[in-house]
Design a protein around this ligand. Structure first.
Ligand SMILES: [Zn+2]
Length: 148
């Protein structure tokens, strides 16, 4: 396969909602927030200390019960682990799969967009992600976040 080609898998941001890497509210090291909509449970577990919290995705509004579909860290008001300031913006990703998806897109010199829908994650990215002049600095940030 040609490494310079990027086939848009049309992922949406919500495809990465179920596991989000966050800063532990207790020790500030890496923690993982996960949500499982079948059991309605969201959990934030630190990999370094004993921090462990549980939450629910259920909401009740005007007598109607439903579930709240959000990125997993939002149930805990968590701060993203994978983020880095870039010019006046912030580069960020929910988890490693999301980071690697962005990396493949940014690294590819030839990008394929078939049938634009304007709903996919890549189509919604702010402009700075798409600019050729930002490719090298963004790839350096990604490499740094991977080592974090
Ligand atoms: Zn911790």
């Amino acid at each position: 396969m040609d490494a310079n080609r990027f086939q848009d898998q049309k992922k949406r941001l919500s495809d990465f909602y179920e596991e989000v890497w966050v800063c532990c509210p207790q020790c500030a090291l890496k923690a993982v927030a996960k949500v499982d909509h079948e059991s309605h449970r969201a959990r934030l577990v630190c990999l370094s200390c004993s921090y462990n919290r549980e939450s629910s995705d259920e909401i009740s509004f005007l007598g109607i019960n439903g579930k709240w579909i959000m990125p997993a860290h939002a149930y805990f008001d968590g701060t993203l682990w994978l983020q880095y300031p870039f010019k006046n913006e912030v580069f960020w990703a929910y988890n490693l799969a999301h980071l690697e998806y962005l990396e493949r897109y940014i690294a590819a010199r030839l990008r394929e967009h078939k049938d634009r829908s304007h709903f996919t994650l890549l189509e919604k990215l702010p402009r700075f992600y798409h600019e050729a002049k930002n490719r090298a600095p963004l790839l350096r940030i990604i490499a740094q976040l991977k080592r974090k």
